[in-house]
Design a protein around this ligand. Structure first.
Ligand code: GDP
Length: 535
C-alpha cells in the first residue's frame, strides 16, 4: 500500500508547529567551546548517546569526506552541520557556523536562516575578535542574542567584570538569568537569579557526559554551600541594584542579553541553556519578502537557500542545498518553484541532516532546515516556493579583501577546471570575477580570507582532478561600480574592473584604500560604492 498523498494541514497546525521551533546558531571565537557545547546540547536533549558523533574533529569519531581532511588537520570547522533535536516538546534546530573568520561569509548566510543566536564566551577571555564581528551581524539582522559564559570550571575572570565588558564593548545590557556559585575554577553550581534556587552539579569525570544536577532551595543552598552565603547573596543584591533585572522585550529588541553561566565540557548549565532557548528565544515569525511584506507562516510553502555544499558524500558526488522553511508545511516530493528562474524544483530527495548523517525527511515546518540533494540549480540566497510566489531578499556578498588569479596547471584539464570553478562559484565557496582582458582561462578569485583559497585549491585538485596554480594579486579593496564607471576606472593604473559571475556586479579593485580615495577624488561622479563589510 502506498502512503496517502499530501494531507492538507490547517493553518492553525502550521502555526502550532512553527511555535514549537527554535532555530538558532552559536556565535563564538575559535576555541571558546562551540563544538563542545553543540555536543553537550545534543547529548542533553538525548538525541545522541556519545560525544563526538556530531563533529568530525581530530580525536573524535565522526565521518568526514576527503576534502574535509583539511579542516580536520587544521582543527577548524569549514562545513556547517545542522542538528535537529527535540526538547520539552519543542523542536530545536541548531545551525553550526564555521569558526574561522576566513569563512565569515558562510556564517553570515547561516545567520540569515536563524531566529536567535547564542553568544558563547570563554570565561577567561570574554569578548574576542571573531565574536565581536559575528555579534555585529546579529545586530544588523536584528537577531536576539543569549549569552553563555563557558569554562567556569577553570580559572577565569570575575563574572561582574565580564558583564561589564559586554555592556561597555557592545552596548548590550546584560541580564543574568543564572549566576555562578563559586569563582571561575571552583564551580559548585549555578543559581537562578529570579528565585535564588541553586542547581548543584556533581561533575562527571572526562568528556561531555551529562552533569548530575541537584536542586537546592535558597535556605538549603545557604546552609550547605558556604560560597552561596559568602558571595552569591551579595552579588545578586548588587545585580538588582545596578539594574540587571530581566526584561524579555529588551532581549527581543536586541538591547539586552540574558546571560547564563556554565561549563559545556561537564554539561554544567547546558540544560538551563536549552530551557532558556525554549522559554525566551523567539519562534519563527513571518519573514519579510524582498519588498518588505511579511510572508505569513500559514501561507503555502516558501524557504530560503542559505547554504550549498558538495562533496559531503563522495561516492555520490552529491550537492546539497540547505533550505530554511519560512512558511507552510514542507512535504517530500513537493514540486517547488525556483523564484529566480521560475523553474520547477522536485524535492524527492529531501533529507534531514544530522551532523554528517542523513535520513530521508518527510515533512518540515517553518524554522526547520531541509537538505535538498541534487541541488545543482540552487545557490545561497535563492528562494523556493509553492503556489503563492514570493522572493526573499538576497543574502549580500561580503567585500572581498584577497584576490588571486587561478589557472589550470595542466592545460589539458581545462574542461574539468572550468566545471570546478563554476561549481565552487555557485556554492558560494569563493567569489569568481572575470574580465575580457584576463579571459576565461584565468579568472580572478576573490576571498574574504585566504583560507578560502586553500579550500578551492584542495577541492579543485581532489574533486575535479584539476590542480591549479594561484597568483596572488596586489589588490585588497573592492567597490561596486557601473558600466560608465568601469570604462573610466579601467584606464587608471593599479586598478581594474571585474565582473562578478554570481550576480553580474561590477567590482572595481584597488591596491589599497589610499589609492582608492585618490581615484575617487579625481572622478567624483563615478559610482564607487562600498560592499557589505567583510571579515
Ligand atoms: P570551538 O573551537 O569553539 O569549537 O571549541 P571546542 O569545543 O573544540 O573547545 C576548545 C577547547 O576548549 C577544547 O579543548 C575543549 O575541551 C575545551 N572546552 C570546551 N568547553 C569547556 C569547558 O566547559 N571547560 C573547560 N575547561 N574546557 C572546555
Amino acid at each position: 500500500m502506498t502512503e496517502s498523498p499530501a494531507r492538507p494541514r490547517s493553518a492553525s497546525e502550521i502555526a502550532a508547529q512553527a511555535h514549537r521551533r527554535r532555530t538558532f546558531a552559536v556565535i563564538s571565537h575559535p576555541d571558546a567551546g562551540k563544538s563542545t557545547l553543540t555536543e553537550a546540547l545534543a547529548l542533553h536533549a538525548e538525541v545522541i548517546d556519545s560525544a563526538g558523533a556530531v563533529h568530525g574533529k581530530a580525536g573524535r569519531k565522526g565521518v568526514t569526506s576527503d576534502w574535509m581532511e583539511m579542516e580536520r588537520a587544521r582543527g577548524i570547522s569549514i562545513t556547517s552541520a545542522v542538528l535537529q533535536f527535540s526538547y520539552r516538546d519543542h523542536v530545536i534546530n541548531l545551525l553550526d557556523t564555521p569558526g574561522h573568520g576566513d569563512f565569515s561569509e558562510d556564517t553570515y548566510r547561516v545567520l540569515a536562516a536563524v531566529d536567535a543566536a547564542v553568544m558563547l564566551l570563554d570565561a577567561s577571555k570574554g569578548l574576542e575578535a571573531q565574536t565581536l564581528k559575528l555579534f555585529d551581524v546579529c545586530r544588523s539582522r536584528k537577531i536576539p542574542v543569549l549569552t553563555f559564559v563557558n569554562k567556569w570550571d577553570v580559572p577565569g575572570r570575575e563574572a561582574l567584570e565580564l558583564l561589564d565588558e559586554v555592556e561597555q564593548t557592545i552596548g548590550l545590557r546584560p541580564m543574568p538569568v543564572t549566576w555562578p556559585v563559586g569563582i571561575a575554577g571552583d564551580l559548585r553550581g549555578v543559581v537562578e537569579c529570579a528565585t535564588g534556587e541553586m542547581r548543584r552539579y556533581t561533575r562527571t569525570a572526562g568528556g561531555a557526559t551529562k552533569g548530575e544536577v541537584e536542586v537546592l532551595d535558597p535556605d538549603r543552598a545557604a546552609a550547605e554551600e558556604p560560597l552561596y552565603l559568602e558571595t552569591v547573596v551579595d552579588e545578586l543584591e548588587l545585580l538588582r541594584e545596578i539594574g540587571a533585572e530581566f526584561d524579555e522585550d529588551d532581549y527581543l529588541a536586541g538591547t539586552a542579553t540574558p546571560v547564563l553561566f556554565g561549563a559545556a565540557r561537564h554539561g554544567v548549565g547546558v540544560g538551563r541553556l536549552l530551557d532558556a532557548l525554549v522559554d525566551l528565544a523567539p519562534a519563527p515569525a513571518p519573514r519579510p519578502d524582498a519588498d518588505g511584506t511579511p510572508r505569513q507562516l500559514d501561507t503555502p510553502l516558501s524557504g530560503l537557500v542559505f547554504k550549498v555544499q558538495a562533496g559531503m558524500d563522495r561516492s555520490h558526488r552529491d550537492r546539497t542545498a540547505f533550505l530554511r522553511i519560512n512558511s507552510g508545511r514542507f512535504e517530500r516530493g513537493m514540486v517547488l518553484t525556483h523564484a529566480g528562474s521560475g523553474k520547477p524544483f522536485a524535492t524527492k530527495y529531501a533529507q534531514a541532516v544530522f551532523g554528517q548523517q542523513r535520513t530521508t525527511l518527510e515533512e518540515a515546518f517553518p524554522g526547520d532546515i531541509v537538505g535538498l540533494v541534487n541541488a545543482g540549480a540552487l545557490r545561497p540566497g535563492d528562494t523556493l516556493y509553492a503556489e503563492d510566489p514570493v522572493e526573499f531578499p538576497a543574502i549580500p556578498s561580503f567585500a572581498p579583501e584577497f584576490f588571486a588569479v587561478v589557472r589550470a596547471k595542466d592545460a589539458g584539464r581545462y574542461k574539468q577546471f572550468r566545471r570546478g570553478i563554476s561549481q565552487l562559484d555557485s556554492e558560494g565557496v569563493i567569489q569568481v570575477l572575470r574580465s575580457d582582458r584576463r579571459g576565461d582561462q584565468a579568472p580572478v578569485l576573490a576571498a574574504v580570507g585566504p583560507l578560502q583559497f586553500e579550500v578551492v585549491t584542495a577541492r579543485l585538485a581532489d574533486e575535479f582532478s584539476a590542480p591549479v596554480t594561484l597568483e596572488q594579486l596586489n589588490y585588497n579593496v573592492a567597490r561596486l561600480t557601473d558600466e560608465a564607471g568601469a570604462e573610466i576606472l579601467n584606464k587608471e593604473s593599479d586598478t581594474e574592473v571585474l565582473h562578478r559571475s554570481v550576480d553580474g556586479a561590477l567590482l572595481a579593485v584597488f591596491v589599497n584604500k589610499w589609492r582608492m580615495e585618490t581615484i575617487r577624488r579625481k572622478h567624483s561622479d563615478v559610482m564607487m560604492e562600498p560592499l557589505l563589510a567583510g571579515a
